[in-house]
Design a binder for this molecule. Structure first.
Ligand code: FAD
Ligand code: SF4
Length: 475
């Protein structure tokens, strides 16, 4: 039996130098080498209680895949992960491991030690597979053909829809994803920037799903092009709605109608999906010398860091709480600070002021203090009367949250929604319409990639159960 010694030294992730990276959209975190991955995997003490597995929303067998890395069996490690997670290269990059599997890691509980870098190891083996096994161009001819089997439609090709479709294909359903955009991936392609999640990685993981038999129809806005009844007439027997929560919220202050005020959603979509960051594309995107980004989450960090890369001289994040309450992933916040994004904490905009010609010129903000915790458990920000001042800005990006995407939900008769417009489901992810299931951000509100994937997986199981009962009803 191997004896494990505690090694406190977490293997650092190589990153692109911050002086260089603010001038390009290449990936910031560059991934472990084989030797780094083995060194980090050797830190895992293979604890019997396996708290890390319980911390993972899709229950990846973490100690097992890490052990296989220590044995240099990278193929075994990726196969082990894929038993539970169909998008490992994506999750290894963007999952908030620090608040899921890593926060409960035994090593992290030891004074002076940090948890095993589980996410970095997951990314390493997923990248190893793509690099070494040479997963190349998508080969239509190599796809499993599930035509003729019971048909299920998935609406939305974000992480929830993709996972559900992948699981249903494994169970041999003839599954088609209908996606509104011309690209699949949802927020993974239109929200999260290239420097955090290269689109090529997303494409390859989606190609894997297509090769397993998942069909995808792009440019298909369900609720407009077809509704669920039309799809039922086309032979689909069950549905999974995973349309996300992409409707931006705007702060209700005077001046939001000015040119130069826009949602993070629009800004990031233009840059990512419509490739405004590439010189060979003509996509228009608002640029400015001094840019204010409102909010404190991942979307805020992504917008601020994108603005820097597009050439802004000064990017200021304005957040109404303090640094301790920032909801963004710690690593993304630290990268933003390193890159030169300024943070103005305990500030809230009260007015956006124009230049008299319809363009943004200044923003008035008020200072805040923190009161007692609110329903979210975070201390409530309270205005300090009379503390207003103005700051010069020429672009204001609102990254203060999103709401339910209403296109499909409002056009589906009998679909029960809660007061915020999110779909109501029971424990089996079933909506008020028996053959319609739902999950991901359209049920929970804006959350995480892995929680959307977990919902997709649960829904696939529930749809399978529903279909079995429907296809062979008990007497
Ligand atoms: C900028 C940004 C950064 C983020 N960073 C992180 C991060 O680092 N880590 C993390 O875990 N989470 C992050 N998140 C959150 C995470 O991406 C989401 O929680 C997750 O993508 C939700 O998945 P989903 O499948 O429910 O919805 P989405 O990813 O929103 O996908 C929904 C899909 O449905 C499509 N659709 C919508 N309406 C229709 C219709 N009527 N017909 C057909 N298709 C339709 C949309 O085009 C989209 O492709 C971030 C979010 C944003 C916006
Ligand atoms: S909790 Fe940490 S040390 Fe224990 S098995 Fe999981 S990764 Fe390894």
């Amino acid at each position: 039996m191997r004896k494990y010694q505690i090694n406190n030294n977490r293997t650092p992730m190589p990153v692109q130098d911050h002086h260089e990276r603010i001038h390009n959209f290449d990936e910031v975190a560059q991934g472990y080498t084989e030797e780094m991955a083995i060194a980090e995997a050797n830190r895992c003490i293979q604890c019997k209680t396996r708290p890390c597995v319980k911390g993972c929303p899709v229950e990846v067998p973490i100690p097992e895949f890490i052990k296989l890395i220590t044995e240099r069996n990278f193929e075994g490690a990726i196969d082990k992960i894929k038993e539970k997670n169909v998008l490992p290269a994506i999750c290894g990059r963007v999952c908030p491991q620090e608040s899921q599997c890593e926060v409960v890691c035994t090593l992290g509980k030891i004074k002076g030690s940090k948890p095993v870098a589980i996410g970095r190891l997951e990314r390493f083996v997923a990248d190893w597979e793509q690099r070494v096994k040479g997963i190349g161009e998508f080969d239509e001819g190599a796809c499993v053909d599930l035509s003729g089997n019971p048909k299920v439609a998935v609406i939305g090709a974000g992480p929830a829809g993709l996972t559900c479709a992948g699981e249903l294909a494994k169970m041999e359903y003839d599954v088609t994803i209908f996606e509104a955009f011309h690209k699949t991936g949802g927020v993974l392609v239109y929200g999260i920037p290239e420097f955090r999640l290269p689109k090529e990685i997303v494409r390859k993981e989606i190609d894997n799903l297509r090769e397993c038999g998942v069909k995808i129809r792009m440019n298909s806005v369900i609720g407009q092009l077809f509704d669920l009844k039309d799809l039922e007439e086309q032979g689909f027997q069950a549905f999974f709605i995973a349309v996300g929560a992409g409707l931006p919220i705007f702060l209700k202050v005077p001046g939001i109608e000015l040119n130069g005020v826009l949602s993070a959603n629009e800004y990031l979509t233009r840059v990512n999906l419509m490739k405004a960051y590439r010189k060979d594309y003509d996509t228009m995107v608002d640029e400015g010398d001094t840019i204010a980004v409102l909010g404190g989450g991942n979307v805020t960090m992504d917008s601020a860091r994108t603005a820097l890369r597009l050439g802004a001289k000064k990017v200021i994040v304005v957040y109404r709480r303090s640094e301790a309450e920032i909801p963004a992933r710690r690593e993304e916040y630290e990268h933003a600070v390193e890159e030169g994004v300024e943070f103005h904490f305990l500030r809230n905009p009260t007015k956006i002021i124009g230049d008299g010609k319809g363009f943004v010129k200044e923003m008035e903000v008020i200072k805040m203090r923190l009161g007692e915790p609110d329903a979210s458990g975070r201390r409530r920000p309270i205005e300090i009367p009379g503390s207003e001042y103005t700051m010069p800005v020429d672009l204001v990006i609102m990254a203060i949250g999103t709401r339910a995407n209403p296109l499909l939900t409002q056009n589906t008769a009998g679909l029960q929604l809660n007061k915020w417009g999110y779909i109501e489901v029971n424990k089996q992810m079933q909506t008020s319409i028996p053959n319609v299931f739902a999950g991901g951000d359209i049920v929970t509100g804006s959350a995480t990639v892995i929680s959307a994937m977990g919902a997709g997986k649960d829904a696939a199981r529930a749809i399978h159960k529903y279909m079995q009962e429907k296809l062979s009803p008990s007497e």
